[in-house]
Design a protein around this ligand. Structure first.
Ligand SMILES: [Zn+2]
Length: 271
Protein backbone atom coordinates (compact mmCIF):
# COMPACT_ATOMS: atom_id res chain seq x y z
CA UNK A 1 0.00 0.00 0.00
CA UNK A 2 1.43 3.41 -0.90
CA UNK A 3 2.17 5.26 2.32
CA UNK A 4 3.02 8.89 2.95
CA UNK A 5 6.61 8.74 1.65
CA UNK A 6 5.49 7.05 -1.58
CA UNK A 7 2.72 9.60 -2.07
CA UNK A 8 5.13 12.46 -1.44
CA UNK A 9 7.75 10.98 -3.79
CA UNK A 10 5.01 10.61 -6.41
CA UNK A 11 3.97 14.23 -5.90
CA UNK A 12 7.52 15.52 -6.30
CA UNK A 13 7.98 13.47 -9.45
CA UNK A 14 5.34 15.36 -11.43
CA UNK A 15 4.19 18.48 -9.52
CA UNK A 16 6.56 20.87 -11.29
CA UNK A 17 6.02 19.24 -14.67
CA UNK A 18 2.25 19.52 -14.63
CA UNK A 19 1.97 23.01 -13.10
CA UNK A 20 0.54 25.35 -15.72
CA UNK A 21 -0.83 22.54 -17.90
CA UNK A 22 -4.24 22.91 -19.48
CA UNK A 23 -6.66 20.00 -19.23
CA UNK A 24 -7.59 18.82 -22.70
CA UNK A 25 -9.45 15.61 -21.94
CA UNK A 26 -10.55 13.31 -19.15
CA UNK A 27 -10.83 9.55 -19.49
CA UNK A 28 -12.59 7.41 -16.93
CA UNK A 29 -12.31 3.63 -16.54
CA UNK A 30 -14.25 1.50 -14.11
CA UNK A 31 -15.68 3.07 -10.93
CA UNK A 32 -13.16 3.81 -8.22
CA UNK A 33 -13.80 3.92 -4.48
CA UNK A 34 -15.77 7.18 -4.73
CA UNK A 35 -17.31 8.91 -7.73
CA UNK A 36 -15.62 11.92 -9.29
CA UNK A 37 -18.49 14.16 -8.24
CA UNK A 38 -18.67 16.25 -11.39
CA UNK A 39 -19.08 15.84 -15.12
CA UNK A 40 -15.59 14.83 -16.32
CA UNK A 41 -15.97 17.10 -19.34
CA UNK A 42 -16.37 20.07 -16.98
CA UNK A 43 -12.65 19.72 -16.21
CA UNK A 44 -11.66 20.32 -19.82
CA UNK A 45 -10.20 23.80 -20.20
CA UNK A 46 -9.12 24.05 -16.57
CA UNK A 47 -5.48 24.80 -15.75
CA UNK A 48 -3.46 22.86 -13.20
CA UNK A 49 -1.96 25.35 -10.79
CA UNK A 50 -0.11 23.16 -8.30
CA UNK A 51 -0.03 19.73 -6.71
CA UNK A 52 0.01 19.62 -2.92
CA UNK A 53 -0.40 16.78 -0.44
CA UNK A 54 -2.42 16.33 2.73
CA UNK A 55 -1.94 12.98 4.44
CA UNK A 56 -2.09 10.47 1.61
CA UNK A 57 -4.23 12.70 -0.62
CA UNK A 58 -2.70 14.49 -3.55
CA UNK A 59 -4.44 17.82 -4.08
CA UNK A 60 -4.40 18.84 -7.71
CA UNK A 61 -5.34 22.50 -7.56
CA UNK A 62 -7.04 23.79 -10.70
CA UNK A 63 -7.82 27.39 -11.58
CA UNK A 64 -11.34 26.43 -10.52
CA UNK A 65 -11.75 23.62 -8.03
CA UNK A 66 -9.43 20.90 -6.84
CA UNK A 67 -9.06 17.16 -7.47
CA UNK A 68 -8.39 15.01 -4.41
CA UNK A 69 -6.55 11.92 -5.54
CA UNK A 70 -5.94 8.89 -3.33
CA UNK A 71 -3.89 5.88 -4.42
CA UNK A 72 -5.81 3.44 -2.21
CA UNK A 73 -4.27 -0.01 -1.81
CA UNK A 74 -2.70 -0.55 -5.19
CA UNK A 75 -2.79 2.72 -7.09
CA UNK A 76 0.12 4.31 -8.90
CA UNK A 77 0.41 7.40 -11.05
CA UNK A 78 2.29 7.99 -14.22
CA UNK A 79 2.86 11.33 -15.85
CA UNK A 80 4.51 11.51 -19.25
CA UNK A 81 4.13 13.19 -22.62
CA UNK A 82 3.44 9.80 -24.19
CA UNK A 83 2.02 6.74 -22.52
CA UNK A 84 1.13 3.33 -23.94
CA UNK A 85 -2.56 2.86 -24.69
CA UNK A 86 -4.76 2.55 -21.63
CA UNK A 87 -5.08 -0.88 -20.07
CA UNK A 88 -7.93 -2.49 -18.12
CA UNK A 89 -6.60 -1.19 -14.79
CA UNK A 90 -6.17 2.44 -15.86
CA UNK A 91 -9.24 4.09 -14.39
CA UNK A 92 -8.55 7.80 -14.58
CA UNK A 93 -6.53 9.88 -16.97
CA UNK A 94 -6.08 13.59 -17.30
CA UNK A 95 -4.90 14.54 -20.75
CA UNK A 96 -3.08 17.87 -20.50
CA UNK A 97 -1.01 20.21 -22.63
CA UNK A 98 2.11 18.96 -20.77
CA UNK A 99 1.36 15.24 -20.79
CA UNK A 100 -0.94 12.57 -19.49
CA UNK A 101 -1.53 11.87 -15.82
CA UNK A 102 -2.77 8.32 -15.44
CA UNK A 103 -4.02 6.44 -12.40
CA UNK A 104 -3.39 2.71 -12.60
CA UNK A 105 -5.30 0.91 -9.86
CA UNK A 106 -6.00 -2.84 -10.16
CA UNK A 107 -7.90 -3.09 -6.87
CA UNK A 108 -9.81 0.20 -7.33
CA UNK A 109 -9.62 1.36 -3.72
CA UNK A 110 -8.15 4.59 -5.02
CA UNK A 111 -10.24 7.60 -5.92
CA UNK A 112 -10.30 10.95 -7.68
CA UNK A 113 -12.83 13.35 -6.19
CA UNK A 114 -13.63 16.84 -7.39
CA UNK A 115 -14.30 19.59 -4.84
CA UNK A 116 -15.10 23.24 -5.43
CA UNK A 117 -12.49 24.27 -2.88
CA UNK A 118 -10.26 22.74 -0.24
CA UNK A 119 -12.60 23.86 2.53
CA UNK A 120 -15.90 22.90 0.89
CA UNK A 121 -17.97 20.07 2.46
CA UNK A 122 -16.79 17.45 -0.05
CA UNK A 123 -13.11 18.11 0.71
CA UNK A 124 -13.71 18.53 4.43
CA UNK A 125 -15.37 15.13 4.58
CA UNK A 126 -12.17 13.50 3.28
CA UNK A 127 -9.55 15.72 4.92
CA UNK A 128 -11.31 16.94 8.05
CA UNK A 129 -10.35 14.12 10.42
CA UNK A 130 -6.66 14.08 9.55
CA UNK A 131 -4.04 14.69 12.21
CA UNK A 132 -0.98 16.89 11.86
CA UNK A 133 1.58 16.39 9.08
CA UNK A 134 4.57 14.55 10.54
CA UNK A 135 7.15 16.37 8.42
CA UNK A 136 5.88 19.87 9.11
CA UNK A 137 6.47 22.23 12.01
CA UNK A 138 3.02 21.52 13.48
CA UNK A 139 4.28 18.11 14.57
CA UNK A 140 5.70 19.09 17.90
CA UNK A 141 6.84 16.66 20.65
CA UNK A 142 5.00 18.39 23.49
CA UNK A 143 1.72 18.67 21.59
CA UNK A 144 2.17 15.08 20.45
CA UNK A 145 2.46 14.05 24.10
CA UNK A 146 -0.65 16.06 25.02
CA UNK A 147 -2.64 14.39 22.23
CA UNK A 148 -1.47 10.88 23.18
CA UNK A 149 -2.49 11.43 26.79
CA UNK A 150 -6.11 11.47 25.62
CA UNK A 151 -5.85 8.05 23.93
CA UNK A 152 -6.48 4.81 25.78
CA UNK A 153 -5.71 2.58 22.78
CA UNK A 154 -2.33 1.03 22.04
CA UNK A 155 0.26 3.39 20.59
CA UNK A 156 0.42 1.31 17.41
CA UNK A 157 -3.32 1.65 16.80
CA UNK A 158 -3.25 5.37 17.59
CA UNK A 159 -0.49 5.91 15.03
CA UNK A 160 -2.29 3.90 12.35
CA UNK A 161 -5.60 5.70 12.95
CA UNK A 162 -4.06 8.96 11.67
CA UNK A 163 -6.16 11.27 13.83
CA UNK A 164 -3.20 12.44 15.92
CA UNK A 165 -0.53 12.38 13.22
CA UNK A 166 -1.13 11.37 9.58
CA UNK A 167 0.89 9.16 7.31
CA UNK A 168 2.46 6.75 9.79
CA UNK A 169 1.34 3.53 8.16
CA UNK A 170 2.12 0.00 9.27
CA UNK A 171 5.72 -0.21 8.05
CA UNK A 172 6.69 3.15 9.50
CA UNK A 173 4.80 2.65 12.76
CA UNK A 174 6.61 -0.67 13.39
CA UNK A 175 9.98 0.84 12.51
CA UNK A 176 9.52 4.03 14.54
CA UNK A 177 8.37 2.10 17.62
CA UNK A 178 11.47 -0.08 17.37
CA UNK A 179 13.77 2.94 17.04
CA UNK A 180 12.04 4.52 20.06
CA UNK A 181 12.19 1.27 22.08
CA UNK A 182 8.43 1.21 22.63
CA UNK A 183 6.32 -1.96 22.50
CA UNK A 184 3.45 -1.67 19.93
CA UNK A 185 0.96 -2.70 22.64
CA UNK A 186 1.92 0.12 25.04
CA UNK A 187 -1.08 2.25 26.00
CA UNK A 188 -0.64 5.64 24.31
CA UNK A 189 -1.90 7.62 27.30
CA UNK A 190 0.67 6.05 29.63
CA UNK A 191 3.80 6.93 27.64
CA UNK A 192 6.05 9.35 29.49
CA UNK A 193 7.00 12.65 27.95
CA UNK A 194 10.58 11.43 27.43
CA UNK A 195 9.42 8.32 25.57
CA UNK A 196 7.02 10.35 23.43
CA UNK A 197 9.90 12.66 22.54
CA UNK A 198 11.91 9.66 21.41
CA UNK A 199 8.96 8.39 19.40
CA UNK A 200 8.48 11.81 17.80
CA UNK A 201 12.12 11.88 16.71
CA UNK A 202 11.89 8.28 15.48
CA UNK A 203 8.81 8.98 13.32
CA UNK A 204 10.49 11.95 11.65
CA UNK A 205 13.71 9.98 11.14
CA UNK A 206 12.00 6.92 9.65
CA UNK A 207 9.83 8.96 7.28
CA UNK A 208 12.76 11.10 6.15
CA UNK A 209 14.81 8.00 5.44
CA UNK A 210 11.98 6.57 3.38
CA UNK A 211 11.59 9.79 1.41
CA UNK A 212 15.29 9.82 0.68
CA UNK A 213 15.15 6.21 -0.41
CA UNK A 214 12.40 7.12 -2.85
CA UNK A 215 9.44 5.53 -1.17
CA UNK A 216 9.08 1.91 -0.25
CA UNK A 217 9.27 -1.03 -2.55
CA UNK A 218 5.70 -1.96 -3.13
CA UNK A 219 4.52 -4.43 -5.63
CA UNK A 220 2.36 -2.08 -7.62
CA UNK A 221 4.13 1.10 -6.92
CA UNK A 222 5.98 3.21 -9.39
CA UNK A 223 6.33 6.93 -9.16
CA UNK A 224 4.91 9.23 -11.74
CA UNK A 225 8.02 9.54 -13.86
CA UNK A 226 7.95 5.79 -14.41
CA UNK A 227 10.83 4.83 -12.12
CA UNK A 228 9.96 2.26 -9.56
CA UNK A 229 10.32 3.52 -6.03
CA UNK A 230 12.69 1.32 -4.21
CA UNK A 231 12.79 1.58 -0.50
CA UNK A 232 14.52 -1.76 -0.10
CA UNK A 233 15.23 0.21 2.96
CA UNK A 234 16.64 -2.27 5.35
CA UNK A 235 13.82 -2.56 7.85
CA UNK A 236 14.71 -3.20 11.47
CA UNK A 237 11.61 -5.22 12.35
CA UNK A 238 8.90 -4.93 9.68
CA UNK A 239 8.31 -8.22 7.83
CA UNK A 240 11.19 -9.87 9.73
CA UNK A 241 9.31 -12.27 12.05
CA UNK A 242 11.69 -14.94 13.37
CA UNK A 243 14.78 -13.22 11.99
CA UNK A 244 17.41 -11.91 14.41
CA UNK A 245 17.03 -8.39 15.76
CA UNK A 246 19.71 -6.21 14.20
CA UNK A 247 20.44 -4.71 17.63
CA UNK A 248 20.37 -7.67 20.04
CA UNK A 249 20.11 -10.81 17.90
CA UNK A 250 16.90 -12.18 19.42
CA UNK A 251 14.14 -13.25 17.06
CA UNK A 252 11.72 -10.55 15.91
CA UNK A 253 8.20 -11.28 17.07
CA UNK A 254 4.90 -10.88 15.25
CA UNK A 255 1.55 -10.10 16.79
CA UNK A 256 -1.81 -9.07 15.36
CA UNK A 257 -3.33 -5.80 16.50
CA UNK A 258 -6.69 -4.79 15.03
CA UNK A 259 -6.03 -7.12 12.07
CA UNK A 260 -2.65 -5.57 11.30
CA UNK A 261 0.72 -7.23 11.78
CA UNK A 262 2.98 -5.70 14.39
CA UNK A 263 6.64 -6.67 14.38
CA UNK A 264 8.82 -5.94 17.39
CA UNK A 265 11.77 -7.09 19.47
CA UNK A 266 10.75 -8.15 22.96
CA UNK A 267 14.24 -7.31 24.25
CA UNK A 268 14.70 -3.88 22.65
CA UNK A 269 11.06 -2.84 23.12
CA UNK A 270 10.40 -3.88 26.68
CA UNK A 271 7.26 -1.88 27.40
ZN1 LIG B 1 16.44 -6.47 19.85
Amino acid sequence: MPELPEVEVTRRSFADLIAGARVQGVHMGKPLRWPLGCDPQALVGRTVQSVARRGKYLLIHLDQGVLLLHLGMSGSLQFAAQLPSRGVHDHFELETSRGRLRLHDPRRFGAVVHAEAIDDPVARKLLGGLGVEPLEAGFDPLRFHEALRQRRASIKQVLLAGAVVVGVGNIYACEALFVAGIRPTAVAARLSRARVQRLHAAIVQVLQQALQAGGSSLRNYSNADGQSGHFQLQTQVYDRAGEPCRACGRPIRLLRQAQRSSYYCAQCQKA
